[in-house]
Design a protein around this ligand. Structure first.
Ligand SMILES: N[C@@H](CCC(=O)N[C@@H](CS)C(=O)NCC(=O)O)C(=O)O
Length: 237
């Protein structure tokens, strides 16, 4: 088999999708982290949009996480997508929805003041209500089969081990059960390095956004002296 290299960033949720799929399929791969704040030329050469993930398959560099996941699904068993074209299309649509949820999370950690933060939480809450309405009895999106759409939502829920959920999942039992099942899935757990939660917390603190102030209160009770809370909302993860 051709050697696979996943060009990554430690916090990137899109990278995690590919890592989860690779782990579900027990495919060996090398992971290479890049600094997205200071992108090396070789990376810009491989990644037309300058984004992670990129999956190098021999001399070919695949970009866009959904494309990478679909390629892996077509080439390495077991199939995670359903056989039925309509069911497959439905799951692809909810994968796309997962990207919209990630955008909503980015709005959350970009909010400069409490009012914007509350609006961002309210918008995200509506997204999770939509998810609640389409989930079945679980444990996975499509029941007993773990699919690509599950690989998309594992990284979504992971954020809320660090970001206070603030009632996002209250009264949404199917979403809560899915979140718990994903948190326990080995492929999801192993898709990030051990220092992930602290790295995410540091990233949020450094942004100086409204959420960072809330994290300081909720998670650490004080702002450590060496961390300067200053607006740096342009920083790329
Ligand atoms: N649609 C892309 C999104 C990937 C993406 O936004 N990656 C972020 C990191 S999580 C990135 O590389 N950002 C760098 C930049 O935009 O300059 C995918 O699904 O792969």
């Amino acid at each position: 088999m051709t050697a696979l290299t996943l060009i990554s960033h430690a916090l990137c949720p899109y990278v995690q999708r590919a890592a989860i799929v690779l782990k579900e399929k027990s495919v060996a791969f090398e992971r290479l982290d890049v600094d997205l704040a200071n992108k090396p030329d070789w990376f810009l050469h491989l990644s037309p949009l300058g984004k992670t993930p990129v999956l190098c398959v021999g001399r070919e560099a695949l970009f866009e996480s959904a494309v990478i996941c679909e390629y892996l699904d077509e080439t390495r068993p077991p199939r995670l997508h359903p056989q039925d074209p309509l069911a497959r299309a439905r799951e692809r649509a909810w994968m796309e929805f997962g990207s919209a949820v990630l955008s909503g999370i980015a709005v959350l950690y970009s909010a400069a003041d409490d009012a914007s933060l509350e609006r961002a939480y309210a918008a995200l809450r509506l997204r999770f209500e939509q998810v609640e309405a389409v989930l079945g009895d679980g444990p996975w999106f499509a029941g007993r089969r773990f699919g690509l759409v599950d690989a998309v939502f594992g990284p979504v829920f992971r954020y809320f081990a660090v970001i206070p959920p603030e009632g996002l999942f209250d009264g949404l039992p199917r979403v809560q059960a899915w979140r718990e099942a994903l948190a326990g899935r080995p492929s999801v757990r192993e898709a990030v390095a051990p220092g992930y939660a602290q790295r995410l917390r540091d990233f949020l603190l450094e942004r100086g956004c409204a959420l960072a102030r809330r994290l300081c209160t909720d998670a650490t009770n004080s702002i450590p002296k060496e961390i300067t809370i200053r607006p740096n909302i342009q920083k790329k993860i």
